[in-house]
Design a protein around this ligand. Structure first.
Ligand code: MN
Ligand code: MG
Length: 665
């Protein structure tokens, strides 16, 4: 009788008659931002200049346009949201945002109204008490006041695969079920309103336990995304979720599944009950309509915009794109069913070319900039604080071909910091030589402006942040001579194999990331890289203090938390077991402190020590690479006389010039 009464009540309410409206269809547009990295404004705090190519203030405009276009939208954020700019550091560590106020990033997102979001690895970079505060409270984990109530993010955070050791429960709620009303079309073409329950579940990369060990060790543990999904997706369904949207702060990797894998997207889509998946972390794009798409693994369909048949997106980073999944839904009289084959996904970029071929950008949403203006100005003042001066232009424009100009000071700072610490605190290692490696973190991946480039003159905090892009922390690892050789061989993958007989042009730089191209910058260590040899056989004449490096000799190497825990990527030993000290201090702050103590930075003392050069070899044709536009004088003043400018425009459309290097010189 109760059920009958309910049906009758429903029947009498016209458009809300769910039963009579069986067969109605609707489109739900799932809108994704990912890896915003606190880029609220289209602004580069290192260069103190606007940069229209990124920024949530422009993505916001795309969100508003999509909401006009689609009657039903769901806006989700996929994590790596609260870290990444000077404004982020300012609000986390320099002038910590009070409990009563939202982070500027969340405030800006609030102007649009997000429905849900998950956490990326970088959400853990400032520790659990800070995360608890900015999420609004409620994290029941050691070291955190779980009763604290703060302003929060403004939308529900979901994360299914990180657990509190204290409670053995998920650190934040694993999923949320959002109750919404969809505007649908009935079989006879009328507009009808029908209820929907949208389940949203989140997953982050288990690497957090290594990368932020100092904050998380003994406090939280992780589970594989697949295991968490298998546990919670059926639970969401049983609680009435019509559809399930997975927010994966991870991407795609074709290797076999393991619960600690960084990018399990291909495996997660095979868990029954997931209707759509938004991805991130890799800062890549999916679907990708380019001639050579970013992702091409089995199961990836760039045309349909599906991964193993599941509609999916990965919306780049820094607000450069908005992911849009159009889920085709059908009401069967009691619940919504997704027609995956009729669904589609796409990316909408803030940057495009107009009919004349000129690059144009989406207009910023004025409301967003206004919300963060005072904090934005405060962050600019913070990064302008002078700490020293330099007598040379410190750049990574030619770091790939041997200029140590922006890397040596990082190595000097890290080396001194670790050596001092060992002497004072780890006497058992204090007799070992301390060396340091670092890499050109900015090496043109995002275009001709994406290089560390510090002008002659005063050095301020923004310059130190340019010299060290990431908020990594200093780690010290103990390795031997053989390990150093393996390490250098591994990072020499930065270069393609060059065929000496080939008469046509050959590209020197491979797709191996520049931020992994570790190098020494000291007279004590010398080596050659022979790019005509296969990967693994390129390092030649490796010496320490003028003698061939002794394979058994032990060294301490100063590096960063990512490298020390990168494992197989670089050197098997870098799985945490070689770490003798995981410092709590950011490499960037160590560089800032070093400059404060040594404020007169000079080319001779801080930017001229080359540890490596290319092995001399004659190549029949040109060996070429791209770098910042018209920057040949930078190579020349660094003493790289074998570099020449081939074309002022390399054709990439990214503001880069094409250079040649004469490897015979
Ligand atoms: Mn990220
Ligand atoms: Mg990430």
């Amino acid at each position: 009788m109760v059920a009958l009464a309910a049906t009758l009540a429903a029947c009498s309410s016209g458009d809300d008659d769910s039963f009579a409206n069986a067969g109605s269809t609707a489109t739900l547009a799932v809108l994704e931002t990912t890896d915003l990295h606190f880029n609220v404004r289209s602004y580069d705090y290192f260069k103190l200049a606007d940069d229209s190519s990124y920024g949530f203030e422009r993505t916001a405009t795309l969100v508003r346009a999509a909401r006009k276009e689609f009657a039903n939208t769901l806006l989700v954020d996929n994590g790596d949201t609260i870290q990444g700019t000077a404004l982020a550091d300012y609000e986390a560590t320099i002038s910590p945002i009070p409990c009563t106020q939202q982070l500027s990033m969340y405030k800006a997102m609030g102007a649009l109204g997000f429905d849900a979001g998950t956490l990326g690895n970088h959400e853990f970079n400032y520790g659990l008490p800070f995360l608890n505060q900015v999420l609004g409270g409620g994290l029941d984990v050691d070291g955190v006041d779980a009763t604290q109530k703060c302003a929060g993010s403004g939308y529900p955070a979901v994360l299914a695969n990180v657990y509190s050791n204290k409670t053995k429960k998920p650190l934040v709620q694993p999923y949320t079920i959002l109750e919404r009303t969809l505007i649908a079309k009935s079989v006879d073409g009328k507009e009808v309103k029908l209820p929907i329950k949208v389940g949203v579940i989140g997953f982050t990369t288990p690497g957090i336990l290594n990368w932020d060990k100092r904050y998380l060790d003994g406090k939280v543990y992780t589970e594989g995304a697949v295991e968490s999904a298998q546990k919670y997706v059926p639970e969401m369904r049983s609680k009435g979720a019509d559809i399930v949207v997975a927010l994966l702060h991870g991407g795609l990797d074709s290797t076999a599944y393991s619960p600690t894998m960084e990018n399990p997207g291909l495996h997660l889509t095979k868990v029954a009950g997931i209707d759509a998946m938004v991805m991130g972390h890799q800062h890549g794009v999916f679907p990708d309509t380019a001639a050579t798409p970013a992702f091409t693994q089995a199961g990836v369909d760039n045309k349909a915009g599906t991964i193993n048949g599941v509609p999916a997106v990965m919306a780049s980073s820094w607000g450069k794109a908005l992911g849009v999944i159009q889920l085709a839904l059908k009401w069967d009289g009691s619940k919504w069913v997704v027609d995956k084959t009729a669904s589609k996904s796409e990316l909408r970029n803030i940057q495009s070319k107009n009919a004349a071929g000129t690059t144009v950008y989406v207009t910023p949403d004025a409301a967003v900039a206004q919300l963060v203006e005072s904090q934005h100005q405060a962050a600019i003042q913070y990064v302008k604080t002078p700490i020293g001066s330099t007598d040379f232009r410190m750049s990574t424009l030619f770091a790939d071909v041997g200029d140590p100009g922006a890397i040596q000071i990082v190595n000097q700072a890290q080396q001194a910091y670790v050596a001092d610490y060992l002497k004072a605190n780890l006497p058992q290692h204090a007799s070992l030589p301390v060396l340091s490696v670092s890499a050109p973190f900015k090496s043109g991946f995002q275009g001709g402006a994406d290089y560390t480039d510090v002008a002659v003159g005063p050095l301020a905090i923004n310059n130190a942040a340019d010299l060290y892009l990431y908020p990594n922390t200093v780690y010290a690892v103990k390795v031997n001579g053989t390990d150093i050789k393996t390490w250098l061989e591994s990072v020499a993958q930065r270069f393609n194999r060059i065929d000496p007989a080939k008469a046509t042009e050959q590209q020197l730089i491979s797709t191996f990331p520049g931020y992994n191209f570790d190098m020494f910058t000291t007279a004590d260590v010398q080596y050659e890289i022979d790019v005509t040899q296969a990967v693994g056989s390129r390092i030649k004449n490796l010496t320490y203090l003028g003698k061939p490096l002794n394979e058994a000799q032990e060294f301490v190497i100063a590096t960063n938390n990512y490298r020390a825990t990168s494992g197989k990527t670089i050197l098997g030993k870098l799985d945490g077991t070689a770490t003798i000290w995981a410092s709590p201090d950011a490499n960037r702050d160590v560089v800032i402190e070093y400059i404060r103590k040594n404020p007169k930075v000079t080319r001779a003392a801080n930017g001229a020590a080359k540890s490596w050069r290319f092995t001399k070899v004659s190549i029949a044709g040109p060996v070429v690479f791209s770098s910042g536009a018209n920057a040949l004088t930078v190579a020349q003043t660094a003493g790289l006389t074998n570099v020449s400018l081939l074309a002022t425009d390399d054709g990439s459309g990214k503001g880069m010039s094409k250079y040649a290097i004469d490897l015979s010189k």
